[in-house]
Ligand binder design. Structure first.
Ligand code: SF4
Length: 289
């Protein structure tokens, strides 16, 4: 399925296929699985081990070609290239997907050089082996979902090992405190926000967001502030996507409060909004064309 996306950091969303398997705590309330179940009348038919993944239609696969062709028009209005998020209903690096489908996706990315493809995965450990070496996909921004320190320690080094024009983190749903200035690397703990003095290294962009939907877990403001402050100190662009269901109780009423570093209330995603300490944070990677 593709659409003009409502997600704050992309212009389009493209799903080359649908279906997946849960791989970590960030998947607990997977929106895509719930959606798959709803369309199938109750139980998700494309989720879990052994479940078939569903390739989307040829008409859907033609949409990026149309977006690519509309580059000049878009650039004239916005002064930058279009961003395509792939994928919201699947994982590009899912082992259970037919390698021929993935190879078709790489070809589509090559055929659309005017688009920046944001490949965001919870399986970053597969990226190096699955991405093509030649020709390289120079219009790919490679991202890993990181929800807590354990995932940061385990997965950020894998992301850093893969060549990419832009490397980014989507820390949504953020479920705990994370220190990006202390990640294991070569027997030490290092900051992955410094780029080690070379722009092609390190993490180039960080997105933070809280969880939305039924059963959403609150994101403590101190967790979001810590990431913002680490990014600011290192000069790394930071985007605060949303609070999600829960937000700090700035209205000071007593309904539904739960204790934390600050009182949080269940406002719902729309009311909770996307301001952190009184302002939005909408930075993008430098040099993003
Ligand atoms: S990786 Fe993404 S699509 Fe797959 S189960 Fe987890 S949250 Fe859902």
């Amino acid at each position: 399925m593709s659409e003009n996306s409502k997600i704050e950091w992309t212009d389009h969303t493209f799903n080359s296929w649908e279906g997946c398997q849960k791989v970590g705590p960030g998947c607990d309330h997977c929106y895509a699985e719930a959606r798959n179940a709803r369309f199938a009348g109750g139980t998700a038919v494309n989720w879990g081990p052994g479940a078939p993944r569903r390739r989307t239609s040829p008409a859907n696969w033609r949409k990026p070609l149309a977006w690519n062709a509309a580059h000049a028009e878009f650039f004239a209005v916005h002064g930058r290239r279009q961003r395509v998020f792939c994928a919201s209903l699947a994982d590009v690096f899912d082992n259970a997907v037919d390698p021929a489908w993935r190879s078709d996706l790489w070809n589509l990315i090559l055929e659309t050089p005017n688009l920046d493809w944001l490949l965001l995965t919870k399986r970053i450990g597969n990226a190096q082996a699955m991405l093509p070496i030649a020709p390289p996909l120079s219009n790919v921004w490679l991202g890993a979902t990181i929800v807590n320190q354990e995932e940061a320690d385990r997965d950020i080094p894998k992301l850093l090992a893969v060549p990419a024009r832009v490397r980014f983190l989507s820390m949504e749903p953020l479920l705990g405190d994370v220190d990006l200035t202390s990640i294991p690397w070569g027997g030490h703990r290092v900051s992955v926000l410094q780029g080690w003095n070379q722009p092609e290294h390190g993490i180039h962009w960080v997105i933070v967001g809280g969880e939305s939907g039924p059963g959403a877990r609150p994101m403590q403001p101190s967790w979001a502030r810590a990431i913002r402050d680490q990014c600011t100190a290192a000069g790394v662009p930071f985007l605060f996507k949303q609070w999600g269901e829960w937000a700090p109780n700035w209205m000071n009423d007593d309904d539904g409060k739960i204790p934390g570093s600050e009182w949080m209330d269940r406002f719902g995603k729309r009311r909770a909004g996307r301001e952190l300490d009184g302002r939005t944070h909408d930075e993008f990677p430098r040099g993003a064309r």
